[in-house]
Design a binder for this molecule. Structure first.
Ligand code: 0O3
Ligand code: SF4
Length: 317
């Protein structure tokens, strides 16, 4: 029998599901119980193929736009949020809809609306084309929200009145990159209003902090998450910036590039906010098959956040 080489496996905590993801998945499951299949879901409920495939097997039908749904079946809006035009269209068609937007994303929508009511134009820090950015920008009429993605976008911003501006952000951005963009905005527009720092949520913050603590000790790092998951991709970048020589995203154990990991004595593992723990365990088991693994938890925060599902989901059918 060959002996397996020793490996220290640093496991980040917190990792994986956040309260908004947990709530959104529960909403789809409760909708299927309450109304039976099919229940339509506009956009992936969260950015994870395993979660989506599981719900699809239970009777959820995933679509990108409302015009792909019939009028007479319930539709759920994904955790990332939707432009105002989406619930408006659903109401117009007298559809039964449940909004699974994370309450922390809705909080940003309300912030943007409040600034708009006060006559301010909004600058949104976010990624173009991401559903959360589309949803937040879509809370206000066209032209009322300008998008910036990097500090180099700031000098080109064509604002209505530099004295009457506010900023909001996507909830899943890199803390450090966003601080640079906020600094560039404040330098050019000293009177810009905004949150104390940004709108990045507790879960994004905690997962990035854990990676920063773990990455310098690990020879390599894996983030369990999907390629379209913004918060998961940010964890890969944070790991690389924090000094880990090899930082990769994997959806499942089958994606691990073992050749790239040749010769390592330690590995860091974390998971994005939309990645289920069962996939983290699958990855850990794959390491146990090849190495004599010692797990060390790198815990930088404890989380006890929980969001209630909407009232309609709590009532029995
Ligand atoms: O926004 P992101 O691409 O990170 O979305 P995920 O991967 O589905 O994770 C949940 C985060 C979310 C719903 C918006 O904050
Ligand atoms: Fe909500 Fe944050 Fe999770 Fe997004 S990452 S769903 S904002 S808790």
């Amino acid at each position: 029998m060959t002996t397996r080489p020793p490996l220290t496996l640093y496991l980040a905590a917190p990792r994986g599901f956040c309260a908004g993801v947990d709530r959104a998945i529960k909403i789809v499951e409760l909708a299927l119980q309450k109304w039976g299949a099919p229940v339509y879901v506009r956009h992936e409920i969260v950015h994870n193929k395993f979660v989506v495939d599981d719900l699809r097997a239970k009777g959820a039908v995933f679509v990108e736009e409302l015009d792909e749904c019939p009028d007479d079946r319930p539709v759920i809006f994904s955790a990332h949020g939707v432009p105002k035009s989406v619930p408006a269209e659903a109401a117009n068609r007298q559809m039964l809809y449940v909004d699974a937007t994370c309450p922390l994303v809705s909080k940003v929508h309300i912030e943007a609306e409040r600034h708009h009511e006060n006559g301010l134009q909004i600058v949104m820090i976010g990624h173009a084309g991401h559903p959360e950015t589309i949803g937040t920008m879509g809370q206000l009429p066209d032209g009322e929200v300008l998008l910036v993605e990097t500090p180099s976008d700031v000098p080109a911003l064509d604002v209505r009145d530099p004295e009457r501006l506010a900023f909001v952000t996507q909830t899943t951005l890199s803390i450090d990159d966003t601080a640079d963009i906020v600094a560039a905005l404040r330098a050019r527009f000293p009177s810009i209003k905004g949150p104390h720092k940004e709108d990045i949520c507790y879960a994004t913050t905690n997962r990035q902090e854990a990676v920063k603590a773990m990455a310098p000790h690990a020879d390599a790092m894996l983030v369990v998450g999907a390629p379209n998951s913004s918060n998961s991709r940010r964890l890969v970048e944070v790991g690389a910036k924090a000094g880990c020589g090899y930082s990769q995203l994997v959806q499942r154990a089958g994606d691990i590039d073992w050749r790239a990991l040749d010769g390592i004595a330690s590995i860091g593992i974390t998971a994005g906010a939309s990645a289920p723990e069962v996939l983290v365990n699958e990855v850990i088991d794959a390491f146990r098959d090849r190495y004599d693994v010692t797990i060390e938890l790198v815990e930088t925060a404890q989380e006890n956040v929980e969001f209630k599902v909407p009232r309609v989901m709590r009532e029995t059918a």
